[in-house]
Design a protein around this ligand. Structure first.
Ligand SMILES: Cc1cc2nc3c(=O)[nH]c(=O)nc-3n(C[C@H](O)[C@H](O)[C@H](O)COP(=O)(O)OP(=O)(O)OC[C@H]3O[C@@H](n4cnc5c(N)ncnc54)[C@H](O)[C@@H]3O)c2cc1C
Length: 127
């Protein structure tokens, strides 16, 4: 496997420094097997195990923006499996929306984002 040594480049417009390859730093690692252990897309098994679930061409699950409901009744999805590789805060937001919608679904009530059936709050004054 050919690798390159990296260093942090100049800050971009957002102020974030991205890794850039160091010139002429390439080297070869003699390997028999490489296991890619970084998750950047949904498990491809989803399509095989649940063929009726609506998915994007790249494998992401299709879910409603507000309720995170999928096309299958009682099945909700959120986070990277819906958006593709994103951020923790987006995944947490999706989880919160889905929890509210699931609660309404289980109660047999229509989902009202203005008056969610279940409200979460952090009660940690020390934070
Ligand atoms: C290297 C790296 C660095 C990152 N750095 C940041 C950062 O600095 N800030 C930031 O906000 N975000 C960062 N992210 C993105 C962030 O980690 C994700 O956006 C976030 O974790 C998505 O949360 P999730 O719950 O959707 O998915 P995940 O956190 O991936 O959780 C999915 C879970 O489902 C489990 N799972 C998968 N298949 C099955 C199955 N069949 N049955 C049961 N369980 C299953 C997995 O094991 C996993 O625990 C980074 C991601 C990577 C890969």
């Amino acid at each position: 496997m050919e690798c390159s040594r990296m260093e942090l480049g100049e800050p971009d417009a957002s102020g974030r420094r991205r890794p850039v390859a160091i010139k002429d730093s390439a080297f070869i690692l003699p390997l028999e097997t490489v296991i890619v252990a970084i998750g950047q897309s949904p498990n491809p098994l989803i399509k095989a195990t649940t063929p009726d679930l609506a998915t994007q061409p790249w494998g992401g699950i299709v879910a409603d923006d507000e309720t995170m409901a999928t096309n299958l009744p009682g099945v909700f999805a959120g986070g990277d499996a819906v958006t593709g590789a994103a951020t923790v805060i987006l995944a947490m937001g999706a989880g919160k929306k889905a929890a509210q919608a699931i609660d309404a679904y289980l109660e047999g009530k229509p989902y009202d984002p203005q008056h969610p059936a279940c409200v979460f709050s952090l009660n940690r004054p020390e934070m």
